[in-house]
Write a protein that binds this ligand. Structure first.
Ligand code: NAD
Length: 440
């Protein structure tokens, strides 16, 4: 194969990216920012055309600016040949959604493998999250090409920052592909995170185990919060006291109405099923999943305790996205919550600063409003679903007057409960003494 043509004399290796979604676009833009020519391919031609015009299409802080600043180095295409001609290292960032069985759907990954010409010396660098064992199978199949597992740990909402300042970069490869692994590690070296070199299956397992562990912490603190409600303790105080223990640490100890998003639910399920398929019953993860499902529904019982039957009640949802600073609705808690509320006969009104466009088709029967105050108009209760900072700035005293009943369930323990109560609200959070700010 002739030498790839893409480096334009910069001395920096050109980079290929397959799949220009959340991970792929961030990867492409960040490598371009680091000075690489980047050739990114997606199969959705409208997406590629928009990207060629510099339109990013997803809400991710800093990403649009990065794409704009590096337009000269970013080349978007639908043609795999263009990427293969230009770059040797191909970062695979295609989606691996759950199938009906809950296993990871690897069909897009398979399509990428099949796109590789026989006897090419390209290196597939797998950033997509795949079950342990997948990479070894592909490596054996590939023959000449190299294979490196390099799982992605970025978080939506801070994806650019996470890519540029990684806690660690995991690079997994078989011994015969150690030169390819060196090349991948070299790309990440300027970013300063510790490089963890390992075999392919361990790299894949690091990714799934990390997400499963974080999800476990969330379900754990949610259960502690639920017990706090029973015994009159304040989970905020409990989490602070726990987190100061260096063996525990403070992160991921925030109770709420359950985790969602494109990664945690599917990765926990994929790990549970992978274990099951290999003959091991991963008992703990069953509970993590079940606790999370129940947590999304607990808001309904909180509302009925205050309002009685929800038939005909008007409930305002503040926030729809699965977390702030994103318009991603994949597995958002708002999907289950709004369906449950509708099922109880409630009228559901919603506002989200950026996710309403994506949410519209997913939330049949839910009415969207242009501002939070409009959503709160004549509502019998509000539920804070996503902790968007701007919700702290709502004029709550004004809101209380516009609502039918100034009741708020703070599903993320995010708002200033004392301020709300001073503004006339009854405010209930998660795992705090019922009906109070938790500060009494
Ligand atoms: N989103 C996250 O926060 C995150 C974080 C870490 C890891 N991951 C993992 O990274 C992978 C990608 O996730 P995402 O959120 O970026 O998905 P995404 O759905 O946003 O993007 C995937 C992109 O790949 C494209 N695609 C599909 N098949 C293709 C093919 N054969 N050739 C070229 N393009 C193709 C799709 O059109 C889409 O644009 C998944 O495995 C996910 O689990 C995601």
């Amino acid at each position: 194969m002739p030498e790839p043509t893409g480096n334009r004399g910069t001395g920096k290796a050109p980079v290929g990216v397959i799949g220009a979604g959340w991970v792929g676009l961030v990867t492409a833009a960040c490598f371009a920012e680091l000075g690489h020519e980047v050739y990114a391919r997606d199969v959705v031609s409208e997406k590629v055309e928009a990207l060629k015009r510099g339109e990013v299409g997803i809400h991710e802080p800093g990403l649009a600016e990065l794409v704009q600043r590096n337009r000269d180095r970013l080349h978007f295409t639908t043609r795999i040949e263009e990427v293969l001609d230009a770059a040797r290292l191909l970062f695979v960032c295609v989606d691996t959604p759950p199938t009906y069985s809950g296993d990871a759907d690897l069909s897009r990954v398979r399509a990428v493998v099949e796109d590789l010409p026989a006897a090419s010396d390209h290196v597939l660098v797998m950033k997509s999250t795949v079950p342990p064992g997948t990479g070894e199978t592909i490596r054996r199949e590939l023959g000449g090409s190299g294979y490196v597992s390099c799982p992605e740990f970025l978080k939506e909402g801070t994806a650019v920052e996470d890519f540029m300042h990684p806690d660690r970069v995991v690079v997994g490869a078989a011994p015969e592909h150690s030169a390819s692994a060196d090349a991948v590690a070299a790309l990440y070296e300027p970013l300063g995170g510790e490089i963890v070199r390992t075999d392919i299956s361990s790299a894949e397992m690091i990714k799934l185990a990390s997400n499963a562990y974080l999800a476990t912490r969330i379900s754990f603190i949610n259960e502690i919060a639920n017990v706090c409600e029973e015994v009159g303790a304040d989970v905020g105080e409990v989490a602070r006291g726990m987190g100061l223990d260096q063996r525990i640490g403070p992160s991921f100890l925030r109770p709420g109405i359950g985790f969602g998003g494109s990664c945690f639910p599917k990765d926990v399920s994929a790990l549970k099923l992978l274990a099951g398929n290999s003959g091991y019953h991963f008992q703990l993860l069953n509970s993590v999943i079940e606790v999370n499902e129940l947590q999304k529904r607990r808001v309904v019982s909180k509302l009925t305790r205050h309002l009685g039957s929800l038939v005909g009640r008007r409930i305002a949802l503040l926030g729809l996205a699965f977390k702030p600073e994103t318009d991603d609705m994949r597995e958002a808690s708002s999907l289950v919550l709004s369906a449950r509320l509708r099922g109880e006969g409630a009228e559901v009104i919603a506002f989200d600063p950026v996710a309403m466009e994506n949410a519209r088709d997913l939330l049949p029967g839910v009415e969207m409003r242009d501002t939070a105050l409009e959503a709160l108009e004549n509502a019998d209760a509000a539920v804070l679903v996503t902790e968007w900072p701007e919700f702290r700035e709502i004029e709550w005293a004004r809101a209380a007057k516009r609502m039918n009943r100034p009741l708020i369930i703070d599903g993320r323990n995010f708002l200033d409960a004392e301020l709300l109560e001073a503004s006339g609200f009854v405010c209930e959070g998660i795992g705090r003494p019922t009906g109070s700010s938790g500060t009494e």
